[in-house]
Design a protein around this ligand. Sequence first.
Ligand SMILES: C[S@@+](CC[C@H](N)C(=O)[O-])C[C@H]1O[C@@H](n2cnc3c(N)ncnc32)[C@H](O)[C@@H]1O
Length: 230
Amino acid sequence: MSEEVRAIFNRIAPVYDKLNDRLSFGQHRVWKEMAVKWSQAKLGDTCIDLCCGSGDISLRLARRVGVMGKVYGVDFSSNLLAVAASRTQYSYKQAPIAWVEGDVLDLPFEDNYFDAATMGYGLRNVTDIPRCLQEIYRVLKVGASCAILDFHRPQNSMMRTFQQWYLDNLVVSTATQMGLKNEYAYISPSLDRFPVGSEQVAIARQVGFAQATHYPIANDMMGVLVVSKF
Ligand SMILES: C[S@@+](CC[C@H](N)C(=O)[O-])C[C@H]1O[C@@H](n2cnc3c(N)ncnc32)[C@H](O)[C@@H]1O
């Protein structure tokens, strides 16, 4: 299953950024910026961006923590990491970024290492959500937070119907034009399986996060789970 997910993302890599812009009408940039803000990363912090893909959120984190900070972008798709590395430019205004090929279910970092963390559209794709949250808990310092952005199934039935139509028609037809129909058809079933906000909060509490809140955004079609370790 993990291998299947990794293969999908390796195939998507060349068009991933372009498709995100087209499918979200550019809105994913706003949602990612919200996640970075809600991670509470500060100047000089050492941060991790889990499931970093082509590095969009990592780059935003790097700008936020500045040149005295450090960002690690972790993903198991070598092709997406290659895109991320090609986007990295030296700047005296942003933190250096290390691109790490690895599994977020078994992070290659010590306990209590990070001041803040982010994850965008990753939690829905991992094969073991409790294990992923446990790993995040382990590597965060006491007092640190992680903001986890992903799709969400709206509670309002009209919004859910609209979301289903959007995923089954707009997303799949746009991806088909780029020769990636099957790769994008996976989003809808992955969202069906994905726990809703209250369930995400319950899992986060079970693995030890003292504070866990799910914030619905984009009319509840997306959400940000913010967890803090105390
Ligand atoms: C939809 S992309 C999100 C990329 C990026 N965060 C963004 O928001 O644009 C999901 C990413 O999760 C990665 N991924 C899924 N499961 C993973 C795992 N167990 N370990 C590391 N990366 C994983 C995939 O390779 C892919 O890059």
